[in-house]
Write a protein that binds this ligand. Structure first.
Ligand code: EZ4
Ligand code: CO
Length: 403
């Protein structure tokens, strides 16, 4: 089953997606997601110029061998661009293997270890009233786990808030990055009041999550964790800049709040000490940023040894191919925790036809052979790439802060 062709499609059905299509000589097609939000063309070039030509002639069934060929063969290790490219190849090859064997990918990974996949949705508001309405909307749709973010009074635009009801909260639709304003002291005062409000309003009827988005120092994060302990969050996400694992020792020393980290990580090596020193509780790896299904399984296995659960990244700035791939893994791993879920809006769903389902707060990947994603290249061609960037953050004095 040799690889006959590999091609890259960059399209923007609502936001930019980089899609890899691999075809075998027997006519089986697999798809992978190589989207790296705001740096899409770099991955497209890595694939087009340096990976696709190397794939032709390889046996598509030898997924681990091709993974190692691309990872070790490049000599240069890790990095967002390289690992997104390798992920796209890996996921496309799992899709091909499933289609060749006429079985969904989750069956190849050991079969279902649970009936369905607990998902969390993203509630947000510019005021407590708006936040309450947003949470109620998720509860009405059946969600059992909800992330809560609200606008910080005194700051023009806060991370995680949709500009209009139902809109994606990170529009990333500016040709150059929007500039947002950040003030840590205001956030540290506000966040515990916001979470307390949610619990007062809704009780403990659902799992509650909150994302700090890398903005605190270790001791600030420790204080926030301590302040939030009474409200029993399922997790506090990305409290500090993720590249310094030692920060989590400080956080752990001061609070029992469960910590989730990893959406910007690229490999098991980024997680190694966080896992083996038990500094985190949920692995937030993104299938398309950590080299695909093959490498994600390794990270999840290591986490399982230490009693750490999974919480795969699943925002709409990864394509529906990534969400589908994550769901096949989620269904099978013993230490599954929760899956981030944001429904894709038109026109993305006209380009990516998916088999996964959502009902009563739970997802399922469906039972189509492979990943269960049909990528419509002609529909994609109607939505050409448009430059879009995530915002940057400045403190009130004008200096750059983590976004
Ligand atoms: O902001 O993937 O928890 N989810 C997140 C994400 C990230 C985006 C950045 O492109 O923090 O939505
Ligand atoms: Co996050």
């Amino acid at each position: 089953m040799k690889i006959a062709d590999a091609r890259v499609v960059v399209s923007s059905p609502g936001r930019n997606f980089v899609t890899l299509v691999i075809e075998t000589v027997d006519g089986i097609t697999g798809v992978g997601d190589a989207t790296l939000n705001g740096r899409e063309l770099a991955v497209a070039s890595y694939l087009r110029d340096h990976v696709c030509p190397l794939l032709v002639g390889h046996d598509a069934r030898r997924i681990t061998d091709i993974w190692s060929y691309l990872y070790k063969g490049a000599y240069w290790r890790r990095g967002g661009v390289s690992m997104a490219a390798i992920a796209a190849v890996d996921v496309a090859l799992w899709d091909i293997k499933g289609k060749a064997m006429q079985t969904p990918v989750y069956q190849l990974l050991g079969g279902a270890a649970r009936d369905s996949i607990l998902a969390y949705g993203h509630a947000s508001g510019n005021s407590f009233d708006e936040l309450d309405a947003s949470i109620q909307g998720f509860l009405d749709k059946g969600y059992r786990a909800i992330r809560a973010q609200a606008a910080i009074p005194g700051i023009p635009h806060t991370y995680g808030i949709g500009t209009t009801p139902g809109a994606t909260y990170e529009p990333a639709n500016a040709a150059s990055p929007d500039e947002e304003v950040w003030e840590t002291s205001l956030y540290l005062e506000f966040a515990p009041k916001m979470i307390a409000h949610v619990r007062e309003q809704f009780g403990s009827t659902f799992q509650l999550l909150h994302d700090v988005h890398h903005r605190l120092s270790p001791i600030e994060a420790a204080r926030l964790g301590h302040d939030l302990e009474p409200y029993r969050l399922l997790w506090l996400e990305d409290p500090t800049a993720a590249e310094d694992p030692s920060a989590f020792r400080t956080i752990r020393a001061h609070t029992t709040i469960p910590i989730a980290v990893g959406e910007v990580f690229n490999s098991i090596w980024d997680f190694q000490h966080l896992i083996t020193e038990r500094l985190i509780d949920y692995v937030r790896a993104s299938v398309s940023h950590v080299g695909g299904i093959t490498h994600l399984l390794r990270i999840f296995s290591l986490a399982d040894l230490y009693g750490i659960r999974t919480g795969s990244h699943g925002p709409t700035d990864l394509s529906p191919i990534s969400l589908s791939a994550a769901l096949h893994v989620d269904l099978t791993v013993p230490n599954f925790g929760i899956q981030e879920y944001m429904p894709f809006l038109s026109p993305a769903e006209e380009v990516f036809h998916t088999s996964y389902t959502f009902a009563n707060g739970y997802l399922h990947p469906g039972d189509e052979p492979g990943l269960g994603v049909l990528f419509d290249e002609q529909a994609a061609a109607k939505h050409p790439y448009t430059p879009r960037y995530l915002p940057v953050n400045r403190r009130v004095d004008g200096s750059i802060h983590d976004w």
